[in-house]
Design a protein around this ligand. Structure first.
Ligand SMILES: NC(=O)c1ccc[n+]([C@@H]2O[C@H](COP(=O)([O-])OP(=O)(O)OC[C@H]3O[C@@H](n4cnc5c(N)ncnc54)[C@H](O)[C@@H]3O)[C@@H](O)[C@H]2O)c1
Ligand SMILES: O=CCCC(=O)O
Length: 488
């Protein structure tokens, strides 16, 4: 660890090397990279920086472990996941401090992420024993049709920095439950929380080679090496739509099976009959959970013109109570963003909106110093085609766009190229169902600002990706269907 803060933040049993074949090893050539604290913009730790050589060593280990892991009893796989869940709960505080140190959000939110992340392991420990096949009589008689579900084989799991532990367990849980082995690549900003998870899973009985971790500052060569190797059978990516699009192209070259959890641009629709107090309260979660750096974040507040002023005022009152500062400070409710570029990008979106006619309804304050803070901001009268409405903001800015009719708001909401989350506030049940069906998204929150649940199928449509994570659907991404024809 490079300094005093690092020693305090990184528990002594958190390795900083790569995890390959059950061993912690330095990167080939000894390369290392710093990990930065967004609250100070200073490095607080140094970790191994993997390359294509390390990636292939990790795939060697995953391929070698595949047969044995797939043949273990589902209950045995499930119990390792279940013990891992319990270990995560026991180490909740250490894991949470690491997440806050790596990506900046308030400690209470990191604790919530650890619980959410652990629940994926519990959920998939239970799903491991429910991978059923089917038996049927052929329609014309004379044979029986039998199907079985088998693990796809070694997987490459690519993670984002914004929800580092939950996005890890949402992939690792179903992959391992299904009998697949994995090479996991965390984002360069957030390698440490995943390393501590690997320590806990090893102590819970995970055999060597089932889970391998290659952190890197240069993801392209690692990814090229893995995706070009025919032993790899599946890739699952969570991250931005532009990177996902490139990886889908690359996967197509080898006809590699893949899942994509990509960016969002969630509409938060408030109709004139909504409970405005409830809508404003839920908006705080939908907008500011995870510092606003969530794929599910409400990106555009589409509010009926007759209640737009009331909603803006209710939201402003709540924004004014936010305490912006380092996530480790107990009173802080909004932390720093991931890096300087994120702050500059969001500032450019806000300036563009104001230049286009939006009004600045609220702008909070940020601490002095080098931390990557952006003030919580509310914009009113935003033109529906402003960049801040059409692009993913990924920060604490709430742009409000007014509408007059249901058809108009649906047209605005569905104009986006992506379709992940959405939120609808109304007391009219017919309208709630009609609008939910018409929205081109994978998920709808009805009078509710949070969707995430390990038992629910999480995912999007259009350029938000393919596949689902969590729920009964999550494990289906990691199995092949094999069909047997029986004479009978
Ligand atoms: N749909 C979801 O479930 C979900 C969940 C979390 C985040 N996200 C999205 O993720 C984005 C934020 O995450 P991010 O900034 O880490 O995204 P990103 O696309 O920049 O990076 C995601 C991962 O891809 C890797 N990567 C980047 N370039 C690569 C390349 N050329 N080859 C291989 N790997 C490469 C990164 O190292 C990282 O591990 C947002 O758009 C957010 O909406 C989506
Ligand atoms: O960034 C995305 C958030 C993912 C989730 O809430 O499960």
């Amino acid at each position: 660890m490079s300094n005093e803060t690092g020693d305090r933040l990184v528990p002594p049993d958190t390795p900083t090397d790569l995890f390959i074949g059950g061993q912690w090893r330095p990167a080939a050539g000894g390369r290392q990279m710093p990990v930065f604290d967004p609250a100070t913009a200073q490095p607080f730790a140094t970790v191994a920086d993997g390359s294509d050589v390390d990636a292939l060593a990790a795939l060697d280990a995953a391929a070698a472990a595949q047969r044995d892991w797939a043949r273990r009893a589902p209950r045995q796989r499930g119990e390792i996941l279940r013990r891992s869940f319990e270990a995560m709960i026991a180490r909740q505080d250490d894991l949470a401090r690491l997440i806050t140190a790596e990506m900046g959000k308030p400690l209470a939110e990191s604790r919530a992420e650890v619980l959410y992340a652990a629940e994926f392991l519990r959920w998939f420990s239970e799903e491991a024993v429910r991978l059923d096949g089917r038996w049927s009589v052929a329609p014309e008689g004379g044979s029986r049709l039998v199907t079985m579900l088998q693990p796809v084989g070694p997987c490459y799991l690519i993670l984002p920095w914004n929800v580092p532990l939950a996005m890890a367990t949402r992939k690792i849980g179903p992959a391992l439950a299904a009998g697949c082995t994995a090479v996991v690549k965390p984002a360069a900003q957030t390698p440490l929380s995943l390393n501590l998870l690997a320590v806990l899973m090893t102590a819970a009985g995970l055999p060597p080679g089932v889970l391998n971790i290659v952190a890197t500052s240069d993801p392209a060569p690692v990814t090229d090496a893995l995706m070009g190797d025919p032993r790899l059978r599946k890739m699952s990516f969570t991250g931005s739509t532009p990177v996902g699009r490139e990886l889908a192209r690359q996967a197509a070259g080898n006809l590699l099976r893949f899942s994509m959890e990509l960016g969002g641009n969630a509409p938060f629709i408030v109709f004139e009959d909504a409970d405005i107090g409830q809508a404003a309260r839920e908006a705080m979660t939908a907008k500011l959970r995870n510092n606003g750096e969530a794929c599910t974040a409400a990106n555009r507040f589409l509010v009926h013109r007759s209640v737009a002023g009331d909603f803006a005022e209710a939201l402003r009152t709540r924004f004014a109570d936010l305490v912006v500062g380092p996530g480790l400070r107990p009173d802080v409710t909004l932390g720093p963003l991931i890096n300087r570029q994120a702050v500059a990008r969001i500032d450019a979106l806000v300036r563009d909106a104001v230049a286009g006619g939006a009004s600045l309804l609220y702008r909070g304050k940020v601490p002095d110093g080098d931390g990557h803070y952006y003030p919580p901001t509310i914009l009113g009268d935003v033109p529906p085609d402003a960049r801040i409405v059409t692009e993913e903001i990924f920060g604490p800015v709430a742009p409000i766009v007014s509408f007059d009719t249901e058809d108009e708001v649906l047209a605005i909401a569905n104009r986006s190229a992506v379709g992940l989350a959405s939120y609808v506030f109304t007391r009219d049940l017919d309208r709630a169902l009609r609008v939910s069906e018409a929205l081109e998204v994978g998920m709808v929150g009805l009078n509710r600002g949070i969707l995430s649940n390990p038992a629910a199928p999480f995912g999007g449509v259009k350029a938000s990706g393919y596949g689902r994570e969590g729920g009964a659907e999550g494990i289906a991404e990691y199995v092949e269907v094999k069909y047997l024809a029986l004479s009978a």
